[in-house]
Design a binder for this molecule. Structure first.
Ligand SMILES: Nc1ncnc2c1ncn2[C@@H]1O[C@H](COP(=O)(O)OP(=O)(O)OP(=O)(O)O)[C@@H](O)[C@H]1O
Length: 589
């Protein structure tokens, strides 16, 4: 990344000097200026569509909104458009918040289509609000106030300045917990919510943040053109160009959208000069989009970066593991006293069509226990976990945790109250490093937390401690997706432990894990339990369950069929009949 920053700095110096060294070249200056404008838009778009993965095909709407705000205000108030350009950003942001609050409930194709619809709706409103916008006739603005000898050089620096600020803003967002949360949403939104990310707020903030600088740029652009009309200001081709630029350069990266914007701008210019203008541009952009998706799915910069790393592989940093486990006492003392009910599931049911997955189930988990939840495949164990953590709503019944009713709370609220969980099939954020995964959980939904550094000093230390605890300290800097399945299970455990939950729901912690790691997992659970953490464990490895857990609850057909100490449950004829099998007991004795 340092190399990329240096290269970007060198390019910036060259661009700053270009009009000074070469002042009488209006054409190349204009081409560069349009490149800056496109780069501002692609970098902004990248915040919602690259970081958070919500693809917007209507983002040029914010350019039009900025242009119209500034055009209308400049004409009505008789002020220079440049002085009111920031208000273009304000309008774009306010509209983004209003739209985002509704639209960001959808995802995938629905979101893409709605963003296009919004763009077209904005165009129709601009055509029909004649009193405000002068309809199809458009608005003509005053000519630039500077002497014509300066040509468009002031615009050149205005757009370059805007680009620098936009890139710095985007870099800052990526460095905060907001940025990590957005990437988490892109990779697995349900999981992000379960580790405390207030997904609704994060998405709306990202959408608003992705609109502001486009709105400001729209205001400056209106002055540059000195004329705006609905068709030009709310053009779908503008949105397609933004998407193409970001995809070509590298969606989700910092400099990718900038590099892509310059590349696309050059192609666009070539089309205008050599192939006859707008029609050929549409054809070229369509073809380029197909080629990028087929041959450069990650974009130019990430592909070049991967090629460079293959040629110059970095050495994996090795951190010595501590000789012994060092589990700290829980810092916030547990609310419930040992033996008191911490989680209470009361008459909860959940159906999937005609199938009753959880059937009027009641179950208590007491503070300080390692409670097992076992039962045949399909008996409703994972569904119960989803009901408790908020991944699924219950059809009926109540769920209480630490003295509070939680069944109507959103998943992140339940996490903030002290509920952590791991998944049957690990759900790490595979494009993040192991360290980033461990620090991704959020302890609360405060704005201050959201805008703080992604990895704060004490968190880095805690992440290191936890990774050492599960024996994976040396993999902290690696991509999580590169680890083995068993190692990913351990990283997910470290991730859950980051927030020091009161209760951890472990879904098949031993599934797919080799015997030596299994011993380590059991050891970690025991140590944490001794330090005050309560566990509810779903597991099919019965010897492990009987050794580790007490009490044991048995589900079958979504109902609780037995509950009690392991010695009693393993001899219960109902359990033998429904799950363990008649010949099981002699085999382990
Ligand atoms: N999202 C869903 N849509 C439809 N049916 C579902 C859904 N989730 C679970 N089920 C069904 O509900 C029942 C209970 O599934 P669940 O995953 O809770 O069982 P389980 O006890 O965790 O099984 P296993 O031990 O195999 O993990 C199964 O019949 C399953 O097919």
């Amino acid at each position: 990344m340092r190399r990329a920053h240096l290269a970007a700095g060198a390019c910036l110096v060259a661009l700053l000097l270009y009009p000074v060294v070469n002042p009488w070249q209006p054409y190349p200056q204009a081409v560069l200026l349009m490149g800056f404008l496109l780069a501002v838009q692609a970098t902004s778009w990248n915040i919602i569509s690259g970081y958070a993965g919500y693809i917007s095909l209507g983002h040029s709407m914010f350019l039009g909104l900025g242009a119209y705000t500034v055009g209308i205000l400049a004409v009505r108030w008789g002020v220079n458009p440049l002085w009111v350009a920031p208000l273009g950003g304000v309008t774009a942001t306010v509209v983004a918040v209003l739209i985002g609050t509704v639209v960001l409930r959808t995802r995938g194709h629905a979101f893409v289509i709605i963003t296009i619809a919004m763009l077209l709706a904005a165009q129709i409103i601009a055509v029909n609000s004649r009193d405000l916008t002068r309809g199809s006739d458009g608005i003509t603005l005053e000519l630039p106030f500077w002497h014509r000898d300066f040509q468009n050089i002031p615009f050149y620096y205005a757009f370059l300045g805007l680009l620098v600020v936009t890139v710095l803003f985007s870099a800052w967002i990526r460095r905060t917990k907001l940025g990590t949360g957005l990437v988490a949403i892109r990779e697995d939104e349900g999981k992000a919510a379960s580790i405390g990310v207030h997904t609704t707020r994060f998405k709306v903030v990202a959408y608003a943040a992705s609109a502001f600088f486009i709105g400001v740029a729209g205001g400056v652009y209106a002055y540059y053109l000195t004329f705006i009309n609905p068709v030009g200001s709310f053009a779908i081709l503008g949105s397609v160009t933004i998407v193409l630029a970001a995809l070509a350069g590298g969606r989700g990266t910092l400099y990718g959208p900038v590099a892509g914007a310059f590349a696309v701008n050059l192609v666009s210019e070539a089309a205008t000069v050599y192939a006859g203008g707008v029609q050929s541009r549409v054809l070229l952009f369509g073809g380029a989009l197909v080629l990028v998706v087929l041959f450069l799915p990650k974009g130019l910069l990430p592909t070049a970066g991967a090629w460079w790393r293959r040629r110059h592989p970095a050495k994996v940093e090795y951190i010595e593991q501590p000789a012994a486990l060092a589990v700290r006492e829980r810092t916030p003392p547990p609310a419930a006293a040992p033996g008191e009910v911490l989680l209470s599931v009361r008459g909860v049911s959940r159906r999937f069509g005609g199938l009753v997955a959880v059937d009027d189930l009641s179950l208590d988990v007491r503070q300080g226990t390692i409670t097992a939840l076992i039962g045949p495949n399909g008996s409703g164990k994972t569904t119960l976990f989803n009901l408790v953590t908020g991944g699924l709503p219950a059809d009926s019944g109540e769920i209480w945790f630490d003295g509070r009713r939680i069944d109507r709370l959103r998943p992140w609220r339940r996490c903030h109250l002290g509920l952590g969980r791991s998944y049957q099939v690990t759900r790490l954020f595979k494009d993040m490093t192991v360290r980033e995964n461990v620090v991704a959980p959020l302890a609360d939904a405060r704005w201050r937390t959201m805008l703080s550094d992604a990895v704060r000093g004490h968190e880095a230390e805690r992440a290191r401690e936890l990774l050492d605890l599960v024996g994976l300290g040396r993999f902290a800097g690696q991509q999580a997706g590169a680890l083995s399945y068993g190692q990913q299970k351990l990283v997910e455990l470290a991730q859950v432990l980051m927030l020091e939950p009161k209760l951890i729901l472990l879904d098949e912690p031993a599934g797919g894990v080799n015997p030596s790691l299994l011993g380590r997992i059991a050891e970690v659970i025991r140590e944490l339990n001794a330090a005050g953490v309560t566990f509810l464990v779903v597991e099919h490895n019965i010897p492990l369950v009987l050794d580790l857990c007490d009490p044991v609850a048995v589900l079958a057909g979504g109902r609780l069929i037995a509950e009690g100490p392991p010695g009693r449950v393993r001899e219960d004829p109902v359990v033998l009949d429904a799950y363990l099998g008649a010949d099981w007991v002699p085999a382990v004795r």
